[in-house]
Structures are given as structure tokens and as C-alpha cells.
Design a protein around this ligand. Sequence first.
Ligand code: PEP
Ligand code: MG
Length: 754
Amino acid sequence: MPGDAAVVSRRLLGRIRDVMAKPGLPEDRLNVIVRCIAEEMQAAVCSCYVMRAGEVLELFATEGLRKSAVHQTRLRVGEGLVGFIAAHPRALALSDAWSHPSFVYRPETGEEPYRSFLGVPIVRTARVAGVIVVQTIETREFAPEETEALETVAMVLAELLTAGNLIDRREQIPVDGTALVPLRINGLKLSPGLGVGTAYLHRKVPFVKQLVGEDPEAEARRFDEALERMHVALDEMLAAEAIGKSEYRDILEAYRMFAADRGWIERIRLHISGGLSAEAAVQRAQEENRTRMQAVVDPYIRERLHDLEDLTDRLMLHLMGHDPTERKAMPEHAILVARTLGPADLLDYDLSRVRGVVLEEGSPSMHVAIIARALNVPMVARVPEIVGTIGAGDPVIVDGDNGSVFIRPSEDVSATFVATVKMRREKQKAYATLRDLPARTKDGHLVELFMNAGLLADLPMLEEVNADGIGLYRTELPFMVRADSPDVEVQTSLYRSVIDAAAGRPVCFRTLDVGGDKMLPYWQNAGEENPAMGWRSIRITLDHPAIMRAQLRALLRAADGRPLSVMFPMIAEVAEFDAARRVLDLELTRAERRGEALPSDLKIGCMLEVPSLAFQLPQILARVDFLSIGSNDLAQFLFARDRGNQRIAERYDLLSPPFLSALDSIREACDAAEVAVSVCGEMAASPLDALALVGLGFRKLSVNGPAVGPVKATILSMHAEDAGRLVRRLIGGAEHSIRSSLAGYARDRGIQIP
Ligand code: PEP
Ligand code: MG
């Protein structure tokens, strides 16, 4: 490509702009554009393939190949070089196309004389809309700048193909005419609960009309100004009272750092110097980001790319002169619909109106999902094409329990859900009347009901449901949302806020439990084949004692002479507990030496979630003040059943002879040793499971906040000794599950199983 690539790219874009400015049919314009490209890039051939229904790429326009091949030559995705580019999707530059393994020869095109090949995908909203190719007779090494120039042109073509309706949309929803029928679409459940309301489309970025920049310098200036405005707005958001010292701050800090990412900013500047308008340059960077996102499996990087996507939208709105935080009137019962939501977005809304959230993308560990769970907002993600399918104001139901979204539901469906929501609300009200009653069974056994938490935002619920304390405080979230490990000061202030918010009720802090699916950005997972059984949790913190020390130091400081309870996760053998305990002792000695206030009462325990520890019970019970059974991980390891694998999620039941027998023998040993034992995994939060646990003699459960009421209702209506006799008899048998027998028993005895 002769001359400066940016100059050629600008000249080419200038010519394309002229073509687009004149009236004409999209196909005619495409013919002129391929000719311009061939001329400017000094190539004998330029062809444009367009994606048709059934994942087929059809030759739509060519300069240099036989015209008779237009609409005749078709390649499936993955077939030939064009299909290869669409499948990956990324640029491919070859000095000798014929020697590439994917090359297929199509005689009807007359492409025998052409040796070199450069092709790039035409991508629009993360979907391949076509492929643009140049070919030359001579053997030519294409320079990276030439690829860059062709990619810039491809972006303009993406708009032309979409605006000209050249892309076959038969497979995409909405299809005119069917857009108004009721739809049920399944997605990924990210936050439980039911939400009924009307669709509110989250900040839709307007269509970019001006793709080609007249004056790159002026465009670069506009970009810089918009970037500056965005930074100021983010700073203001961080300074806001509500963000104050909450954990959201960490999320937003990481996000703001991203806004200053040089690589991202430089890419946009490069696109502007290549001739795109500032908006088109931002859009192109966004397309690149989306394409990258599809290829990334690492959940942490995917989340970061989600954040970047959100920033790009904000930047785009600043560029277009809109205020991204400005909200149109939101319906009173709103279902927020978006492609994806940035961590700050949900908090920006009036949460008293948001009944649910539906996203086109997302993963369970994305920040907005963590926040939605903490705020009890039902959320379903990975709902294909949702933004295009739902119209603002459409009635929508989000079923976060089953991962379904009902759009424009029929009256029957609506009525059923409205009734369920109403019933749940009434039940919640009924639970409120149980708030001040102790959780005592009919035969007089008192059960302590604790709450699990992991966010400051969970704490107000402690008072609301009147739980006896926090039985499990998961400390990993602030570690997961930051770019580096939070220091002692940050941790101290956070833990202090937690202890303050608990207002005298005990809080059991679990030390860092990361790894497995909760990998931290700064400790790279070495691509373990079996991360759930890999380098995680206590294994990481024992290998990095400085991290454990910093956390324990922060906990001791936060307690500041008040009672403190600490437990270590994933302990597999007593020696591991001893090693962790030694680290705690070092910190206690240090604090004492420095004259710092020691906890008035220090309780030290560990989780039992690795089966091996159950075979060392006498030794561990001699060392701990309490034991907490993590039924989620314990079941994973006892049944050899990956807890994240949906395929086998229902295969084994925790209400089964092997699992309940294991729990019973652990409880028995604890009682004999007079060591407090609790169950803090998800099973304790299920009323029927809680019935079995209390029957077996467990007297301390720790459950998520909303489950406190329902579990208490079960306890109040049950007879522990009687239930225990039944459960013991059933687990002596050989059934796969005792669930239905137990449910029948509860029904017969009038035990409340909500
Ligand atoms: C458990 O494993 O049961 C548990 C409570 O810990 P987590 O779910 O955080 O792994
Ligand atoms: Mg666990």
C-alpha cells in the first residue's frame, strides 16, 4: 500500500463517504465501494461476502473476480479462507493464499491468477455480518497498516450492510409481525426471585450517523474533550455520599482505572487518525472489544471487558452530547433490559422501582450480578437478542429462580406470576410476625439461626430478620473486585464497618476463600485442570502468609478489643489448621507487643468441607472453638460432583442416606466433644433440608438473609425428636433420596415447608 497507511485510509474513507452521501441502492453502493478499495489498495481484486441465513457467506460484490459469480459463490462459515475468517473472526493476510490449508478453489470466480490475499471480518454488535477481501496477482506481504485500513473500511461496511438490510435477518428476532407475540426465553439465572413489570431499556446509545471524520484533528479534540467529561463524571460519582466507604467503591475504583487505560484510548486515537469520526472510532474499539470478549474464557478478564463495554457506552453518550446519568421517567415497576450492565449502572437507578434485570450477556461472577444478589433484585442473563426483542413499555416477567424471561406474557401467565409474587410478599409479611420469636421446635429445642453475608449491603437484613448473628461472613468480594490485594487499612475499615453494623451480634469472619471459580486477577491461575480441587482457599493463603497475616491483622484491629470470631476455610487436615493457627498467633503476639487492644473474646474455628478432616475429628475438635459445615463444598467432594456443573447438579441429593449420615456422625462427635457445630452451606437455607438437620440434632444453622423467615417457620412447626426418628430410619435405608418421604411426613404433620 503506497504512502502513509493513515493517509490512504483517510482518502479511502473520504471516497466511501462520497458514495454514501449520494442516493443509491445499497448493492450499487457496495459495487462502487469495492472498486474504490481495490484502487486505493492497489489490488486487482476486492470482494465483499455477506452473511446469509444458515451461516452462509455469499459473494455480494466484486471488483476483479467474475461478475457472474456474484450471488452464486457461497461458502459456509469455516469453509475456505472467507469462511475461516468468519469463523475466527479475525483478519488473515497471506502472501500465498493457495498454500493455506483452508484454501478452497472456486472455479466460477476466475481467481486462478491471484496469489496474495487479505481478508477481514465485517463485524456488527459482535456478530460477523460478512467478510471483505482483497487479492493481488503478485506475491505480496501485506503490512499490518494495510490490515488496519481494511478493518476500518469493514466497520463502515458493517453499517452499510445493516442500514441497507443486506444481512439476512430471517434467523434473528424480532421479525416484523411476530414481534408482538408473547415470548418465553430462557437464560442464565444470576439472582433469584420473581419480578413483574414493564420493560425499561437501559441507556440505549443512539445510532452513529457520521462515520467518516472530516478533520482528524478536530475529531481527536472532540474525543479528548468527551473523555475529560467522562472522567469528571466518574469522579463525581465516586465522591457521592452513597458510594462513600461501601464495597461498591472498590468496584468503581477499578472501573475508573480502566477509563484511563492507555491501550484503549490509543486504539481509539489510531482509528480517528485513520479517518473515522470520533464516534465511529469509539464504536470500532467497542467492536474489537466485543470480538475479544467472545474468545476470552477467563471470567476475570471477561468482567473487565464488560466494564470496558459500559465505559464505551458512557463515552459515546458524552461524545454525542448526552448526559449518561440522565434518566427518562422510569416506570414504577421497571424491568431493566440491557445488553450488559456496568457495575455502577444498577446503583444509578432508583432501586425502589427496579423489579428485575434482563441482560443479553453476563456471567455469575460479574459484578452487577453480585450486587443484584446482595440487593435481592432478580436477574437473568444471556438472553439472546433481548434488546432487539423487547420494546420499551412491554410487559415483562423475570423469573430469576428458573432463569426465564416472559415478554408480553399472556393474561394467564401474568396472573399466575402476579399471584405468586403477591403470595411471596404476604408470606414475607407473615415471617415478619415471627421475627421476635425464638426458633424453638414444638418439643422445646432451641435452634440458633444465623445469617450468611458477604457485603456490607447484607448487614441491614440482620436486624430486619432478627438473626442471631452472622454465621459466615465471606471476605473475598473486596479482593475480587480490585486490581490488587486490599491493604491492611482498607480491610480494617471494612471489617470495622461490618462489626459496627452488626451492633453487638456476633460475626464469624471466614478468612480468604478464593481460587477455584473465584480466581483473583493478581494471582494467575496456572490453567489448572481441576480448579475446585486445586490451589485454592487456605492452600493459597498458607502459601502466601503475608496475605493471611494482613487479613488477620486487619480483623484484630477492626475488633479493637471487642469479641472476634474467625474461621479458616477448606481445612483438609489438622496440620493445616495448626499452620493457620500459628499465623494467627504471630499476629496476636505482634498486636500484644505493640500494645494494641486484643479481642475480649476470640473464637477460632474452621470449616469442615473437605471429607478428609472428618477422619481426624478428635484431633481437630480438641483445637477449635467451633466447626462450621460447608455443605456446598462437602457435597462436592463427598459425591465427587462438581458444584458448578449443571449437568450433574441434580444427580445426587443432599437429603440422602450417605450425605445425612456423614453430617450426623460429624455432629455426634462435636456434641460429644462439646464443640459448637453449625451448617452454613446452602442446604441449611432450604426448609425441608433444615427439617432434616434439626431432626438430626443440629442446633445452629447459618442461612442467607431471606431464608431466615421460612426456615424459622419450619422449626416452629416441627417436632425435633419425632423428625429425628424418621430421618434416622430413612438414612439407614438404601434410597437415592429421602426427600419425598420427608416432604410427605411434613405435610401429614402440618409442618410448614414454604
Ligand atoms: C460451602 O462450601 O458450603 C460454603 C459455605 O462456602 P462457599 O459456598 O463460600 O464455598
Ligand atoms: Mg466452601
